[in-house]
Write a protein that binds this ligand. Structure first.
Ligand code: SF4
Length: 340
């Protein structure tokens, strides 16, 4: 069993830990369909034989082409080099969530929002024991489901999403988890990030999952300057071959958890340091300075709000109506002098 890092997981690392993914029939049918689409494998010629119409039909998570200029050759080569080194450094990078079916993965993914994979994996065995189909979740009802998933946090919203998602799957997809990005993102609780996880790990459709680690590393490595996850995904799709998108996601996220921490990246131990523009960059220097400053200053002082600042100024200007102690006013002091 893989030891999870226990970091809050905006992202999920599926693991085929306790049992292999029981998608035998489905996977077989996908392989057969892909075989039909691609023609006989081997000799590296399958793509050439594929008609453009069939190629369009194969599910893909590729975003529409942006109007950005073509990727410079040097950046492309560097990105591929970084990817290769990371694959070598994390050969076992994979999903940390336990699941046996696409529905399990959908539910585990919803539960993993603002929660560690470890905690999710503690909750799901009992949940999956009771619920194998969408009807089981719907039959469980709100209160019982809330109780089962309570320890993952935000359990009311998660319950609503899971029940909404199961209802939608029952009504629109015969109780099955849909297999395309377009359909998945219409399911409650399933954004593009979750959809990429499900497609990549349960349906063999490559996808780049942009969570907080992927976003941070992509910017540090100079692969994107975007902050919006969809734009980051689009930039990465231009750099990494489609077949590697899922593997790339697991690998980069593992690297983000283990080495390239948000606050203290261990650059000196990093296998891609030579190809990373971040160490010594103005961005990193600024981060280090601000960390040093906050350490020396201790806890941050509370900045007064505009209203509070105004009130203070007004109080300074307004003469106080409180009686002064006798002898403290200017008049008192003058009369004292005269009498003295
Ligand atoms: S060199 Fe540092 S910033 Fe760059 S990827 Fe490695 S750990 Fe992250």
């Amino acid at each position: 069993m893989r030891a999870d890092t226990g970091t809050p997981s905006a992202y999920i690392q599926p693991i085929y830990v306790t049992k292999p993914l029981s998608l035998g029939t489905r996977s077989d049918s996908v392989k057969q369909r892909d075989h039909r689409l691609r023609g006989p494998s081997g000799a590296g010629s399958e793509r050439k034989e594929e008609s453009p119409t069939l190629a369009r039909k194969r599910p893909s998570t590729r975003l529409p082409e942006s109007d950005k200029p073509a990727v410079p050759d040097e950046l492309l080569k560097r990105a591929r080099r970084v990817a290769r080194r990371l694959y070598k450094a994390y050969p076992d990078a994979h999903c940390a969530l336990h699941f046996e079916s696409p529905l399990d993965l959908y539910v585990a993914t919803v539960l993993s929002a603002q929660c560690t994979d470890e905690r999710v994996n503690m909750v799901t065995p009992e949940l999956f024991r009771q619920c194998r189909r969408v009807e089981d979740y719907l039959g469980l009802g709100t209160q019982r489901l809330e109780k089962l998933i309570q320890s993952t946090g935000f359990f009311r919203a998660k319950t609503k999403n899971i029940l909404g998602g199961c209802q939608a799957m029952l009504e629109r997809h015969d109780g099955e988890v849909p297999r395309t990005m377009e359909e998945l993102v219409k399911i409650p609780g399933c954004g593009r990030k979750t959809a990429n996880v499900i497609l990549g790990n349960a349906f063999e459709t490559p996808g780049i999952t942009v969570d907080t680690h992927m976003g941070r590393l992509s910017r540090r490595l100079g692969f994107t300057s975007e902050k919006d996850p969809v734009k980051v995904e689009a930039d990465l799709q231009r750099l990494i071959p489609e077949k590697d998108w899922t593997k790339f996601s697991h690998t980069v996220i593992s690297h983000g958890r283990e080495i390239c921490d948000a606050r203290r990246p261990l650059c000196e131990e990093c296998p891609v340091r030579k190809d990373c523009p971040f160490p010594g960059s103005p961005e990193q220097m600024a981060e280090m300075e601000s960390r040093a400053r906050s350490r020396s200053q201790g806890p941050k002082k509370k900045t007064p709000t505009k209203a509070a600042a105004k009130a203070t100024t007004r109080a300074r200007r307004t003469p106080s109506t409180r009686p002064r102690p006798s002898g403290s006013s200017k008049a008192d002091r003058t009369s004292k002098k005269k009498s003295g």
